[in-house]
Design a protein around this ligand. Structure first.
Ligand SMILES: O=C(O)CCC(=O)C(=O)O
Ligand SMILES: [Fe+2]
Length: 175
């Protein structure tokens, strides 16, 4: 499991799991008119939650992930072995002190067929402040973010149009 490989023990992981809730969302994207090649389905953004698992129907791939150098979009097609796409959100980026990147992604509507997707979003429960544990902080990896209240951060991103801002986390609580 991802957290164990970062040296976090069972106790920490259980506390973390107990502090997480799960939301499931089904999404439907209309196909484009056959005169058009492709159109936006969901604009570029970074998920604000912890971890997202997306399952998209084979009719239309759709999800594209931005490369780290910010120059290209790559189609994030589910492989033949697994039909899921896993995306790290801003909260996982904060929790692991930047060691996992939360990718900027978007949905494109390609072709005339309707695209359906199902997303499972793990979301921190609001009572707990979220911060990187000492295990992932050291001289080479100084603490990047202040502890935050997820709900307050979420609110910030809606007010400051931060959903479109891939640097919203840094702006809000960067050290
Ligand atoms: O519908 C999809 O495939 C992805 C949706 C998405 O990125 C989101 O809801 O954050
Ligand atoms: Fe997303």
């Amino acid at each position: 499991m991802i957290m164990e490989s970062f040296g976090l023990d069972d106790k920490y992981i259980h506390e973390h799991l107990n502090s997480t809730k799960y939301l499931m969302r089904m999404m439907k994207y209309k196909g484009v008119e056959d005169t058009k090649e492709e159109e936006s389905g969901m604009e570029a953004h970074t998920d604000r939650n912890m971890l997202t698992i997306i399952c998209q129907n084979s009719v239309a791939d759709g999800i594209e992930v931005k490369t780290k150098d910010d120059k290209h979009w790559i189609k994030a097609n589910a492989s033949q072995d697994s039909s899921f796409i896993v995306l790290a959100g801003s909260m996982l980026h904060l929790l692991l002190n930047g060691r996992v990147l939360s990718s900027v992604h978007r949905v494109m509507r390609l072709g005339t067929n309707t695209r359906y997707s199902a997303g499972l979003f793990s979301v921190p429960k609001t009572e707990e402040l979220i911060y990187a544990p000492e295990k992932v902080v050291d001289v080479e990896h100084p603490r990047l973010f202040k502890p935050i209240d997820f709900e307050a951060y979420f609110q910030f991103t809606t007010e400051e149009s931060g959903r479109r801002d891939s640097k919203a986390l840094r702006t809000y609580c960067g050290l």
